[in-house]
Design a protein around this ligand. Structure first.
Ligand code: IFG
Length: 551
């Protein structure tokens, strides 16, 4: 599958990456006051303009208006006493969601919006409970003149309901300074549950290192679209990004390079725990990836003893792929693998640990199979489920998830092997490179990104159905979708956002919304309304000509 990079492209990619590009052209600045905003403020936004599209929306009754007297009431269901009176308690998680809602609403409204556990018939009410069909991430939002009632079985569902609440309020709610109201929400009921359990985004922090703050910023943006998984590509040829106590040179030395020759960097364990904490508070699970046996030059450069010939190669700052391999016959390799997986698993509360497996062109097929057969049980030994790029189906192991990254040029036999593994029980996460790869250029004029899988316009990234995408793969085999963003040509949040927006919300919608809601003409209108929100959030999005942006 590998892709050879011509010297010219290599040169321009490293030039791009090495020089801090001026922030890419963004939408016209300013939130635009104009008559249309005033009109929107008076008549509330319709309830069905949310991304991802909710499972069911029924508009009825009069709107709710947030006022200076509005309170946010938290209930957690279980803490009612026998007479049904609220016991005044509210679990920490429910309060945390309520506080996050308050933090979101207070700056733009200028209202106090106290969070209280005292019961009442008014206000914005968050409660655990609701019908079991809501599952672990679903919610129900009832908007009436007296009160907004948000209920869910789990705090994650309440959190997702809050993201919907954000979007049914005027875009001005995203401002961090006081805006004119009124703050109206159309009356009605939204009942919503996700189609897929795995709704992911991957950030490659190996080609270019992204500090904790930049990762947190992306997490905030992903949470708005109910993404629930952040896959961090922590190691590659150009850099090793996570401290490993038993192999300190991996980060100390292997973390000191990146594409284009910049300083690189790495996460200490404390940094990594902070990313996990921040993600978890926004109901995202972190999936760490240590790519093996290929894409390992940074590790091989850090420890001569890991190389078959005992000689460490130099650190690498280009963007070629497929030239490195761990030494499969060498026993020391498996001490390294065991130590790294053990330490990473201990840092990972989530169920998955990604072990890569892509583009191992410097590893013979039999060595690849030998390696994967030895390593997958190590992941299980440390209590995690393995995920690998779909080449890992060459060494199928019960419970291992395969992440499909093929594209329209992928051969039928390769697709067939993935489908066969799925029929035998392998679960899939779909990341088709010519749909979900956010580092693909939008078109020939896009200043950032690559194009080996073709140009991926905003529409092309949205217009596919994960359910029927891979021939011969039963729907039940698909865990969900993930949008990878490789960082050969990006080094800053502004550049990340230029490639991720506006395509990321589309992949998020494919992961969350029922197939029946899938319609580009309707979606593009909803996507257009995200523009003013991104301007207020400072998201440096690409103004795709395919989208009717409001101004
Ligand atoms: N393929 C490589 C990535 C990255 C990507 C850039 C996978 C699984 C091309 N492997 O995608 O390391 O270089 O688009």
């Amino acid at each position: 599958m590998g892709r050879r990079i011509g010297p010219l492209l290599l040169l321009c990619a490293s030039l791009l990456a090495a020089t801090a590009l001026p922030a890419t052209p963004t939408a016209a600045a300013g939130t635009g006051t104009g008559a249309e905003d005033a009109a929107t403020a008076r008549s509330p936004r319709p309830l069905d303009q949310v991304i991802p599209a909710p499972a069911s929306v029924r508009e009825k009754g009069r709107p709710y208006t947030i006022t200076p007297r509005t309170v946010i009431r938290v209930y957690d269901g279980q803490s009612h006493d026998r007479r049904g009176n609220h016991g005044g308690g509210a679990s920490k998680d429910v309060r945390q969601v309520a506080e996050r809602l308050a933090e979101l609403l207070r700056p733009a409204t200028g209202y106090r919006l106290p969070v209280t556990t005292s019961p009442g018939r008014d206000g914005i009410q968050l409660r655990l409970g609701g019908h079991r069909t809501l599952g672990s991430e679903g919610y129900r939002l009832d908007v009436g003149e007296r009160a907004v009632k948000l209920s869910a079985r789990e705090p994650a569902g309440l959190f997702h309901g809050v993201q919907t609440l954000r979007q049914v309020l005027p875009a001005a709610v995203e401002a961090r300074s006081e805006q004119p109201g009124p703050w109206r929400i159309a009356g009605g009921t939204i009942t919503d549950t996700p189609r897929y359990a795995y709704r992911g985004a991957m950030l490659d922090v190996a080609r270019h290192f992204f500090p904790v703050g930049a990762v947190k910023r992306y997490i905030d943006q992903l949470a708005l679209y109910k993404v629930n998984t952040l896959h961090l590509h922590l190691s590659d040829d150009q850099g090793w990004r996570i401290a490993v106590d038993s192999w300190p040179r991996l980060a100390d030395y292997g973390g000191g390079s990146e594409v284009g020759g910049g300083p690189g960097g790495y996460y200490t364990k404390a940094d990594y725990r902070e990313i996990v904490r921040y993600a978890s508070a926004r109901h995202l699970t972190v999936v760490p990836e240590i790519d093996m046996p290929g894409h390992t030059n940074a590790a091989l450069a850090s420890y001569a003893e890991l190389n078959c010939d005992g000689v460490a190669p130099p650190r690498y700052t280009g963007i070629e792929v497929g030239f490195s391999s761990l030494c499969v016959p060498l026993e020391r390799t498996y001490d390294f693998v065991d130590d790294v997986i053990r330490e990473l698993a201990a840092l990972t509360p989530g169920p998955y640990l990604h072990i890569g497996g892509d583009e191992a062109h410097a590893t013979s097929h039999e060595d690849y199979v030998t390696f994967m057969r030895r390593v997958q049980p190590v992941v299980a030994k440390y209590g995690k489920k393995a995920i690998g790029w779909h080449q890992i189906t060459a060494a199928p192991d019960r419970g291992t998830v395969a992440q499909y990254w093929g594209y329209d040029q992928t051969g039928a036999e390769e697709r067939a092997r993935v489908a066969e593994a799925a029929r035998r029980g392998t679960k899939l996460v779909l990341s088709p490179a010519d749909r979900a790869y956010l580092d693909m250029k939008y078109d020939k004029d896009t200043p950032l990104g690559l194009s080996w899988a073709g140009y991926v316009s905003t529409r092309r990234s949205y217009d596919w159905d994960p359910g029927g995408y891979l021939e011969g793969v039963p729907e039940r085999a698909v865990l969900g979708v993930e949008a990878p963003l490789w960082s050969e040509t990006i080094a800053t949040s502004a550049q990340l956002e230029y490639l991720a927006f506006p395509r990321l919300p589309g992949v998020a919608e494919l992961g969350w919304s029922p197939a029946a809601t899938h319609d580009w003409d309707g979606y593009r209108e909803r996507l257009a309304q995200q523009g003013p929100r991104w301007e207020l959030m400072g998201v440096n999005y690409y103004r795709s000509p395919q989208v009717p942006w409001p101004r």
